[in-house]
Design a protein around this ligand. Sequence first.
Ligand SMILES: [Zn+2]
Length: 108
Amino acid sequence: MARRGGRRNAASRNAKANNAMQYLETVLLENIGDEDLSKQAAKQLSDMSKRHSISLNQGVNRLICRGCKTPLVSGHSSRVRIRNGVLITTCLNCSRVSRKALGGDSDE
Ligand SMILES: [Zn+2]
């Protein structure tokens, strides 16, 4: 089982990772109600994004807890509140809180 081609093409490796991540995003979004499956997809997504330095797209990023990699489903595994134009998401698994300003980046 010799491996051939010592020099790998970084670009194609990245493209493959991108494809895999897009697929995982779909799996996550379509199976958000399936705890096991969505958990696995979320963990793999965050592993891959770290390994390949690819950032998750915003929508998916917000669905995964940074603390414990659990998919955040509002009303189920997370609590979502809006206060002063800030979206506050609390993970019910590890209690990690993430904040996101709504309505652009206007500082006041
Ligand atoms: Zn968490």
